[in-house]
Design a protein. Structure first.
Length: 634
């Protein structure tokens, strides 16, 4: 299950990236390749990058010549020069990360656009934002980019698009795109070609005589990277950590809750409580084999997919040369439901006219098409394998399928340990995603099921996980004497295990440690009371001063953490208003975090005597001061 977290305000470059001088100018590249449209992406999980590529690819259908561009690879201060190119257009697909932050690859652009007073007169632009309404700063980056470009004198040729990942992000993008292109045609006086034929971006090259040492077999970023690993370790150079502990936390119930520990000794990786660990999972071999079987493909064929645009910085969709098996196992997302553009491109391979019509309809922006895509693909959780199985006439070439599928992304988890107490080990707490879909299939989360099978053996074989650590702003107060209130139902308890270890360590150092209170929620005391023994030991040691556990299903009426918070409203108000307490919330953003925040509004109104609007402003001030922090996902 993918998790979304806040990004740190301060980023440290893990390694300097050397880019040839001529490639830093997107203007010169556009002139050289006769392009008049550039689509920049701010992407953390690959979705915005995918949207960007689709717009650039579609451009030739609408009288434009587009290129996709990563802002961190170019000198964005050249943006005013776009006016030098006739009928030019800059489009920005901007994701917002966490609590209103820019993505890693747009940090420099964000800094520049904030500070610059350059005149963008003559620069045409459009922005599509990717966000999530469960977060307070919904689509902050898209809104800011759109507004700032206009303030600097740019001309907006179509309205800002606001995609909502809490709803249907794909539908939002398709709807915006369907209106965006007619606006482009009208603004520039061009006409759509009317050509809806598939446009290939990559050319297949089969390699029959190649040194196997030069074939990618799953390493991230470069060949044999795990054999000659050197720090620093990051998204492009993950560390191959050994699994030292993998135990099930619950002894009963229908879910599998697990605790893993990874050995990072010798890696020079440092982490603090509240940071996040990213792991690169593999797709399950059974899904890979079944796709190969349906498509009659030799999965061990060595291939290259070479970009037909020789000037593109992106030479291949994934590391090449490689095999279909490696691509489907390590590099491509074959588990999540395919997006509409994939269905559109695949439609040409359906020999049954009804299947072709269904695929085209689902990829359209019509109300009927949107509804069908929602029910048949999203609600039913059909992945690409399920689509192929349920449409027997659909038989695409495997190389085109590999071109269309998005990249398999790293999965992020809150670290469940303390770098002070365990500097050579990092812990993960996760629930294994495994449920039955409406089609009767078993849907298994890629990462959690892969981690579940990383067992520790006695025969000398080591289970390993490619990983790196990402810094977070989710931090204990600078002064240990400040009280902390931690609220984390389910696996939301993860970062608080690190916090408790930190507070225990501080106590051992003789520091004055303030009240440490935990509100934890689970279904049943005897099934999923995570880390019960450890928590009780923290209580005995005086590290955990109060433990409040909401067992939601152990009684007729459900009880959640927000109910226990309100039950202790007077003490909670004293901690917040008089004692400088810091509040931390970790877990589900869609319901839990929202319900907890509403509970705090009630506490402030009832115990503090403030109005509702004053309570909202009060919490807002706590957030600004860093005393109300959230590490949430949706």
């Amino acid at each position: 299950m993918g998790c979304v977290f806040s990004l740190p305000k301060e980023r440290q470059a893990a390694a300097a990236r050397v880019i040839p001088q001529q490639e830093t100018s997107f203007i010169e590249k556009m002139k050289k390749t006769n392009r008049n449209m550039v689509v920049f992406y701010g992407s953390q999980t690959g979705t915005a990058e995918g949207f960007c590529g689709r717009l650039a690819k579609d451009a030739q259908r609408y009288g434009m010549r587009g290129m996709s561009a990563n802002p961190e690879e170019y000198d964005m201060s050249e943006l005013p020069r776009l006016a030098e190119i006739d009928n030019s257009l800059a489009v920005f697909c901007m994701a917002t990360y966490g609590e209103g932050d820019p993505t890693d690859n747009t940090q420099d652009f964000y800094d520049w656009i904030q500070e610059t007073d350059e005149d963008l007169n003559g620069v045409n632009f459009a922005v599509f934002g990717l966000g999530n309404k469960t977060y307070e700063h919904f689509n902050a980056m898209g809104k800011y980019t759109d507004n700032r470009l206009e303030i600097l004198g740019g001309r907006r040729i179509y309205e800002l698009g606001l995609g909502d990942d809490d709803g249907n992000l794909e539908e939002d993008f398709v709807s915006w795109k369907e209106q965006f292109w007619p606006a482009v045609c009208e603004h520039f006086g061009v006409e759509a070609t009317g050509d809806d034929a598939s446009i290939r971006q990559y050319k297949l090259v089969v390699l029959t005589d190649i040194n196997l040492d030069k074939v990618y077999t799953g390493e991230m970023g470069h060949l044999k990277s795990f054999k000659t690993q050197k720090p620093p370790f990051d998204a492009k150079n993950p560390y191959l950590a050994t699994v030292t502990v993998n135990r099930q936390l619950n002894q009963a119930g229908d879910r599998h809750l697990m605790h893993l520990e990874l050995d990072i000794s010798g890696s020079k990786i440092r982490y603090e409580s509240g940071d996040h660990i990213a792991v690169y999972p593999n797709n399950h071999i059974s899904i890979v084999n079944r796709i190969g079987q349906i498509l009659d493909a030799d999965l061990d064929t060595v291939i290259c997919l070479n970009n037909l645009d020789e000037e593109s910085n992106k030479k291949h969709p994934f590391p090449c040369p490689t095999t279909y098996r490696t691509a489907l196992t390590h590099y491509l997302d074959i588990t999540n439901p395919p997006r509409t553009n994939v269905l559109y491109e695949l439609a040409q391979y359906a020999t049954d006219p009804k299947d072709q019509e269904t695929l085209c309809k689902m990829s359209s922006a019509s109300p009927e098409g949107k509804s069908l895509y929602q029910s048949w693909v999203l609600d039913a959780r059909r992945n690409i394998l399920a689509v192929l199985e349920d449409m027997p006439s659909l038989h695409p070439t495997i190389d085109h399928l590999c071109e269309l599928l998005p990249r398999l992304q790293a999965r992020y988890y809150s670290i469940a340990s303390s770098g002070k107490v365990n500097p050579t080990r990092v812990s993960i707490c996760a629930v294994v995603v495994d449920f039955q879909t409406s089609t009767g299939r078993s849907f298994k989360g890629v990462s959690t099921n892969w981690l579940k099978n990383k067992v520790v053996t006695d025969n000398g074989q080591k289970a390993t996980v490619p990983m790196f650590v990402r810094k977070s702003q989710f931090r204990l107060p600078y002064k240990a004497s400040h009280p902390v209130v931690m609220i984390g139902p389910g696996t939301g308890i993860a970062p608080f295990m690190g916090f408790l270890q930190d507070r225990g360590w501080m106590k051992e150092q003789g520091k004055d440690v303030g009240e440490t209170i935990l509100y934890f929620g689970c279904r049943h005391r005897n099934e999923d009371f995570l880390y019960q023994q450890e928590l009780e030991e923290f209580q005995k040691a005086g590290v955990l001063t109060q433990l409040h556990v909401a067992f939601s299903r152990d009684q007729e009426q459900k009880v959640y953490v927000q109910h226990l918070l309100k039950k202790n409203k007077d003490h909670m108000w004293k901690l917040i208003n008089n004692d400088n307490a810091h509040i931390y919330i970790c877990g589900d953003a869609r319901s839990m975090a929202r319900d907890v925040q509403n509970a705090f509004y009630d506490i402030i109104e009832e115990a503090g005597g403030l109005t509702h609007s004053q309570a909202i402003a009060y919490i807002k001030q706590l957030m600004i001061k860093g005393r109300y922090s959230q590490d949430v996902w949706s």
